[in-house]
Design a protein around this ligand. Structure first.
Ligand code: ADP
Ligand code: GLC
Length: 472
């Protein structure tokens, strides 16, 4: 089967979060299983671009409204990622340093999708499946079905995976002129609440829709940033498939970013060595339990509650635990953490920014990983933490609920709570600090979670079933 993944991110080419990890891994395992999986994404100015070799695959022209543009599709020459990788170069529009966050993101991703379709339209054959990821590629199912220029692709099934339903790519109807000649009767397939809504359009037009965990699929019917009714209506075509993790990249026995490798057999000693390195760098006492947070500092992740929750914990426990935060996002949260570095030297530290290397060392060296997310469609951090023997402390929601059990339950290994509040987070930190002094229980929990299989195997089979259902 030939599957074309279209995405804004793909690790290690360009990553802002878990979407990149998933699109960097799933196609690799699909190829290993005998399929032909390819990825096409925008060409940003990233390190990977300059460090790799490329050949020109296609040159074309298209238009976005009345702006004509040239585009080039380049292909990575050495199969570095284990699948064919194609980048779309649109001069001045896509070739920037960041993935998102520009005022013209609507134009950038619409032009990207138009270029992708123009390119596929020129192929001699047609792919079996076009697999779109999130709203940046959400106009593809509509355009494939209703734009006159792409009639050749009309019968190619589309699968849309929702990694995050909070962001939908809304644009005003004035931007409808960007979409190449289309059947005006189909306006309703683009519209939600008087806006063009690429995510809603994807859900309406795709052959199948998947979400990245089972619980998140159920949640979307009551919490989907305005699309609840749509998910209710379209539930027949929706399937929840829990993400896997790339066990080749995330393996404490081989991870190139760790100061000491370990496995389940020497987990206590192995983790301690990585912890000591972290404590040395950040000025902590390595005998105390170490809690970390890694992620975007945004409301979805409940990062706004963390400063107060950590402050309160430090106050009540009289500094018996250490805390390290890595992330960037909302300015007020970044600022609160910067302040706390000075207030609680030796107990709290924060790195504001993005640091892949440090994140790996933190998963390995920490005792506990905090994830109080208000919304978590899947969450990869908790699975990485588990593979590195770090106890996840999570709010019971979405994928966190599907992957973490509470240590109070039979064979449990994590800490779960219900509310993204100072009280619940504080109490969970207290539970963590208490269990930390029981070395036997810590070892048992670490051993249990490190043995859980989070590989892509079962997710791949589930995607396979979805693709097959589209082709029936
Ligand atoms: P989301 O995609 O919603 O941000 P996920 O849990 O799915 O959340 O994935 C987040 C990914 O991004 C993980 O690989 C995590 O390690 C990584 N990550 C997030 N923030 C940072 C950061 N500041 N530095 C390094 N890695 C980060
Ligand atoms: C999104 C979600 C996250 C998920 C990731 C990969 O960014 O917020 O929960 O793990 O996509 O699917």
């Amino acid at each position: 089967m030939e599957i074309i993944h279209v995405s804004a991110e793909c690790y290690p080419v360009a990553k802002a979060g878990g979407l990149g990890d998933v699109v960097g891994a799933l196609p690799k395992y699909q190829c290993q299983a005998g399929h032909i999986a390819k990825v096409v994404m925008p060409m940003y100015r990233t390190k990977f671009l300059y460090e790799s070799e490329w050949t020109v695959d296609f040159k074309g022209q298209a238009n976005l409204g009345n702006w004509f543009f040239d585009f080039t599709i380049i292909k990575e020459s050495n199969n570095k990622l284990g699948f064919d990788l194609f980048l779309v170069d649109i001069n001045g529009l896509l070739d920037r340093q960041k993935i998102y966050g520009y005022d013209d993101d609507a134009e950038r991703f619409t032009a990207f999708q138009i270029a992708v379709l123009n390119w596929m339209n020129h192929w001699e054959h047609q792919p079996d499946i076009v697999h779109c990821h999130d709203h940046h590629t959400g106009l593809l199912p509509f355009m494939m079905q209703y734009c006159y220029d792409f009639g050749r692709l009309r019968n190619v099934p589309t699968v849309v995976t929702i990694h995050n339903g909070q962001y939908q790519g809304w644009m005003g109807w004035d931007k409808s002129r960007y979409i190449p000649r289309w059947d005006l009767w189909k306006r309703g397939m683009l519209d939600w609440a008087d806006m063009i809504n690429p995510l809603a359009s994807a859900v309406k037009c795709a052959s199948k829709v998947t979400t990245v965990s089972w619980s998140y699929l159920a949640e979307l019917r009551s919490n989907a940033n305005g699309l609840e009714k749509l998910f209710e209506y379209e539930q027949g075509k929706c399937v929840g498939i829990l993400n896997g993790i790339d066990n080749e990249v995330w393996d404490p026995a081989t991870d190139k970013y760790l100061v000491h490798h370990f496995s389940v057999k020497d987990v206590t000693a192995g983790k301690q060595k990585n912890k000591e390195e972290l404590c040395r760098r950040f000025g902590f006492d390595s005998k105390k339990p170490l809690f970390v947070f890694i992620g975007r500092l945004v409301g979805e992740k409940a990062a706004d509650v963390l400063p107060d929750a950590i402050r309160t914990s430090i106050f009540y426990s009289q500094g018996s635990a250490s805390f390290l935060v890595l992330g960037s996002g909302e300015t007020n949260v970044e600022w609160a953490f910067q302040q706390m570095k000075h207030e609680y030297e030796g107990i709290f530290n924060a790195v504001i920014g993005y640091d892949e290397t440090l994140s790996h060392l933190m998963y390995a060296g920490a005792d506990f990983l905090l994830m109080p997310s208000r919304v978590e469609p899947c969450g990869l951090n908790q699975m990485y933490a588990m593979r590195y023997g770090t106890v996840p402390v999570v709010r019971s929601t979405g994928g966190l609920q599907d992957t973490v059990t509470d240590m109070g339950d039979a064979d449990g290994f994590g800490i779960r709570f219900n509310n993204a509040s100072v009280e619940d987070i504080g109490y969970s930190i207290h539970r963590g600090t208490a269990v930390y002094s029981d070395a036997q229980q810590m070892k048992a929990m670490r051993t249990r979670m490190m043995q859980i299989d989070h590989s892509w195997e079962s997710a791949m089979e589930a995607y396979q079933a979805v693709y097959s259902a589209c082709l029936e």
